[in-house]
Each structure stands twice: as structure tokens, then as C-alpha cells.
Design a protein around this ligand. Structure first.
Ligand code: BT5
Length: 239
């Protein structure tokens, strides 16, 4: 079960690093690491994650269980769906998912997911801005970042959030089988900030512009370019 053990620390460089140190424990699968603040929180591609103490959720969970095929590309949208559902059920605010990992409320990013792989194990890192005031965000992200407090005026309690999130993680990760993963993708689609928009996406070495028209069953994004050709993007960044 996700969250069978919760290791809570006041401060850490990155909860993903602390989780990685625990991968060899016999009970590793499902361990959750929670920090009050992070000194070197990170996003994808080495980017920094603003992690002020006491203001948000900085959480990593270990997945070290038999999984159904290669679900690497699905884990990020699936984890984002779990986070979106928890935010919605506890705050009543609608959350959209900007492919592949951004949690968006009213056009602003309130959270993000970072999935890292070590051998057959995955570490799913989640950052959610709960109670950050708008003026507390660093200037360079103030225009595009927000928190649940910023969007609702209400303050949120992180332990209640995490308990609900563990249940959603367990349910959604268990649904990534060959038979049921399409249901997960349908839910991701129904909350997509990206589908139907014309977007520019960069992957490792290319940049594409096109209309986001769907997702493949491995989680990749399908873009229709100006000539009507469908391009499949496994991982990347919407610019
Ligand atoms: C993400 O990366 O959105 C994944 C963030 C994952 C953070 C969690 S916290 C627990 C665990 N431990 C870690 O060390 N990380 C995970 P990416 O899509 O690359 O977005 C990063 C970009 O989001 C930055 O370059 C900024 O523009 C912006 N950003 C940084 N901090 C933010 C924040 N607190 N809220 C909103 N946007 C932020």
C-alpha cells in the first residue's frame, strides 16, 4: 500500500533523493517520504522547485512492485491525475493537467510531478503549493505559479491531503494494467489543459508545433501538424 510507512523530516535537499536512499529496504514499495521544506527541490531537466518550509507538500513515494509492461510514460500523467483528484475532493476547485506533469488551476501552476527511475523502481515526487501567498513566489515565476490558498482563500492541512493522495495513488497505479489503463487515460483526457490547443513542444532535440489531438496508450502526446500529419511525442515540454 502506498503510504504504509511515512518518513517525515523537517528539511531535506530533495525528497526524491531521500527516497532513493531507501530503495533497498525490503518494504520499499509504498514508502512515502515527506519534508517540511526542501533546500534543493527539483523539477524535470534539472530545474529548481521552489519549496518554502511549511507552505506546501513535498512528497516522494516509492514504486517497487511488479508493473504491467513498460508504464514509464504513463506514470507521470497517472500520478498527476491522482493529485488532481485529491485537490478537487479536498478543495472543490477544478484542476487541469498540462501534459505531462503540471497541475493547473485558473491557468496557473499549483503543483508538479517528477518521476525518476532507478532500475525497476520508480520514485514519484509531488510538489503542491498549499498555503503560499502570491507575493511569496520568486519574481520569475510569480506570473505563472499559484497555490490552493491563492486560488481559494482557504488554508490547507498537509497530512489530510497526503492520506487522500495515498489512496488515489494506490487506486490509480493499480489501474495501469493492460485492461484498465485506457480508463485512466480517459480521465487524464477529461482534465487536460492541453488537448484541443495548438502548442509548441520540445523533446530532446526537436521542436514541434501542432494541435494536441490525443494521447497514446503509453502516455505520449499526439500532435497534428500543419500538414495533418500526426506526430507522437513520448516526453517533452510544452513551451
Ligand atoms: C515539475 O517540474 O513540475 C516537477 C516538480 C516536482 C517537485 C517535487 S517536490 C517533491 C519531490 N522532490 C523533488 O526534488 N521534486 C519533487 P517541471 O515541469 O520541470 O517544472 C519546473 C518549473 O516550474 C520551474 O522551472 C519553474 O518555472 C516552475 N516552478 C518552480 N517551483 C514552482 C512552484 N513551487 N510552483 C509552481 N511552479 C514552480
Amino acid at each position: 500500500m502506498i503510504g504504509h510507512t511515512v518518513i517525515s523530516v523537517d528539511e531535506v535537499s530533495s525528497t526524491n533523493d531521500l527516497a532513493r536512499d531507501l530503495l533497498e529496504r525490503p518494504d520499499a514499495d509504498g514508502i512515502a517520504v515527506l519534508a517540511g521544506g526542501q533546500t534543493k527541490g527539483r523539477g524535470r531537466l534539472g530545474r529548481a522547485w521552489f519549496s518554502p518550509a511549511g507552505k506546501g507538500i513535498y512528497l516522494s513515494v516509492i514504486l517497487r512492485r511488479p508493473l504491467h509492461g513498460d508504464i514509464t510514460g504513463l506514470l507521470c500523467p497517472a500520478a498527476s491525475l491522482a493529485v488532481a483528484k485529491t485537490i478537487e475532493s479536498l478543495s472543490g476547485i477544478n484542476v487541469l493537467i498540462k501534459w505531462p506533469n503540471d497541475l493547473i488551476i485558473n491557468g496557473k501552476k499549483v503543483g508538479g510531478v517528477l518521476v525518476e527511475r532507478t532500475g525497476d523502481s520508480f520514485i514519484v515526487g509531488v510538489g503542491i503549493n498549499l498555503n503560499t501567498s502570491p507575493e511569496e513566489f520568486p519574481e520569475e515565476i510569480r506570473h505563472k505559479a499559484s497555490s490552493l490558498y491563492g486560488e481559494s482563500g482557504a488554508m490547507f492541512e498537509k497530512n489530510i491531503f497526503c492520506q487522500d493522495l495515498f489512496l488515489n495513488f494506490e487506486r490509480i497505479f493499480s489501474s495501469l494494467t493492460d485492461e484498465t489503463r485506457d480508463n485512466v487515460l480517459e480521465e487524464v483526457k477529461s482534465r487536460s489543459f492541453t488537448l484541443g490547443k495548438t502548442v509548441t513542444v520540445s523533446d530532446a532535440d526537436r521542436v514541434f508545433t501542432g494541435e494536441a489531438v490525443g494521447f497514446e496508450s503509453d502516455g505520449s502526446l499526439l500532435l497534428k501538424d500543419a500538414n495533418g500529419k500526426i506526430v507522437n511525442i513520448k516526453s517533452g515540454e510544452i513551451l
